[in-house]
Design a protein around this ligand. Structure first.
Ligand SMILES: Cc1cc2nc3c(=O)[nH]c(=O)nc-3n(C[C@H](O)[C@H](O)[C@H](O)COP(=O)(O)OP(=O)(O)OC[C@H]3O[C@@H](n4cnc5c(N)ncnc54)[C@H](O)[C@@H]3O)c2cc1C
Length: 155
């Protein structure tokens, strides 16, 4: 065996011995990268401010807006309503707010004493326009910037 061959063999042996260390370092580097990325994405999601877009200023849309105002992450709410405000607030059909929903809405500061309607077995009956007008009225009281674009149909 020549001196060169011996040297090459020794180097190969050395590389072979250090291979597990290289693999371990690579695996660790990948794990650190994945972990850091995960933490970064989680932090970014948790700290991000949101703009909530709601289509339709009916009972569901306006109640959703009311709930969204309570989230610290929601910076802005934009609602699109195809009808004008007068038509929305003058809708004449009746809605029944069930007892569980009454408690839920009270937790969002809906003051039923300020709403025209009647109580029957824990249910609150009112004209839908009254409920809508009330929510439209109290939305700006909350800190969240809320904009309702009446007369705007989303296609
Ligand atoms: C005649 C009638 C009688 C009823 N009686 C009762 C009752 O006695 N008791 C009861 O509990 N419930 C009753 N309801 C049902 C109650 O009105 C509904 O459950 C409730 O209105 C549903 O709310 P919502 O917000 O999902 O939908 P909606 O009230 O229909 O609101 C949807 C809103 O979205 C808007 N919109 C739709 N498409 C677009 C668009 N593309 N772009 C922008 N805006 C859009 C509409 O103009 C509307 O304002 C009645 C409904 C009707 C029609």
């Amino acid at each position: 065996m020549t001196c060169d061959e011996k040297e090459i063999l020794q180097r190969l042996q050395k590389d072979y011995n250090s291979a597990p260390v290289h693999i371990l370092v690579t695996v660790l580097a990948v794990a650190v990268f994945i972990g850091t990325r995960h933490v970064f994405c989680k932090l970014r999601d948790e700290m991000a401010f949101l703009t909530v877009v709601i289509v339709g200023a009916g009972p569901i849309g306006l109640t959703a807006a009311l709930i969204a105002t309570q989230s610290k992450r929601v910076q802005k709410i934009i609602m699109f309503e195809e009808e004008n405000r007068h038509n929305v607030e003058n809708r004449s059909y009746q809605i029944c707010i069930l007892p569980a929903l009454v408690s839920f809405l009270r937790s969002y500061n809906v003051d039923f004493d300020n709403l025209e309607g009647i109580w029957n077995e824990g249910c609150f009956y009112t004209r839908v326009g009254i409920y809508l007008e009330y929510i439209i009225h109290i939305l700006p009281i909350h800190q969240t910037n809320t904009e309702i674009r009446f007369g705007t149909k989303v296609k």
